[in-house]
Write a protein that binds this ligand. Sequence first.
Ligand code: PMP
Length: 402
Amino acid sequence: MSFFTGIPVAPPIEVFHMNKLFMDETSPDKVNLTIGAYRTEEGKPWVLPVVREAERQIAADETLNHEYLPVLGLDAFCKAATGLLLGNDNKAIQEGRAIGVQCLSGTGSLRMGAEFLSRVMGLKTAYLSNPTWGNHKLVFKVAGFETIKEYTYWDPANRAVNIEQMIADLQQAPEKSVVVLHGCAHNPTGMDPTHDEWKRIAQVIKDRHLFTFFDIAYQGFASGDPDSDAWPIRYFLDQGLEMFVAQSFAKNFGLYNERVGNLTVVFNDKSAIAGFSSQMSLVVRANWSNPPAHGARVVAKVLGDPELRKSWHEAIKTMSDRIKQMRAALRSNLEALGTPGKWDHITKMIGLFSYTGLTPEQVDHLVKKHKVFLLSDGRINICGLNTKNVEYVAKAIDETVR
Ligand code: PMP
């Protein structure tokens, strides 16, 4: 008998579970379209050359030490991250109304933001996209949100954003609800609102007195251009909306396991910063007290040095271009096979993921028969494709949907 006897076994985290099934699979044909990480044409993880270079410089810098960072993080990193997000010439930065808090990757930024809103501001209702990233609900729930609702996002028949229903759902949201929006490259659908649609979303948020919490885990990685990926966030700011933004540097710097993230907060009145920072310090203090330095130093160095920054731009272009090529290859293979259904959505979507429209039964068949591993909602990681396996995957999908 143990103190812990009887703990119910929780369901597995699907994405990691499927990844493990892939690892354990012995078939030489197996293809991994599960986990959201970049892979090269050879199917390998990629350390960005510019990250290696920054790491070399950091390792050689004997002025650096392992003292604690400030509770709210490495100042150079927070400023660089906030500048990347808003644009260094942004009014909010120039007027001192924006602040960055270094957090443990995108997840930690969401969690700190959610905890602040729930515990310090007393906000208890959050609206999440349906569908959304598998972790949003858990993060907001554990952070103290009592009512977690969904707004419609997806129109499965047309494989497009269901903007009318999304606006209608937000129109019903009680005042001061927190609305979580994907800044770019919506996960899992891969489909973002158009600029005109974003304008309507901003309007309803303003009219209904809702609070905007952007989650941007793919800035630069989606289109290849960090500025255009941040357009919705900058547009919302131009409309005078205050916001929290959770930024992740996992994908766009390939720093997955370094847990580098930033919570950017923009106020309409800079006098709010003193109260915010002092209360946020307590929220962070109760969680991890001080953030880790290595990844933050890398990002700060790269974004702060014009030469390194240029190399980073080249690297994100390389990654986003390869994704676009693989989208085109999958679509053209499916179309060449005459696979039933329409496949143009694959090239319309952006970022790492595509929502294929495959049903859970079809996914099960793909996994069991063809050893093509993907999530049960039909989401695939496009990076798992390469010129050697894309035809195999297309044939497997073809056989599955017929
Ligand atoms: N938000 C979304 C929408 C994501 O897809 C991810 C990564 N899968 C994250 C946040 C955060 O990931 P991380 O904590 O690794 O930065």
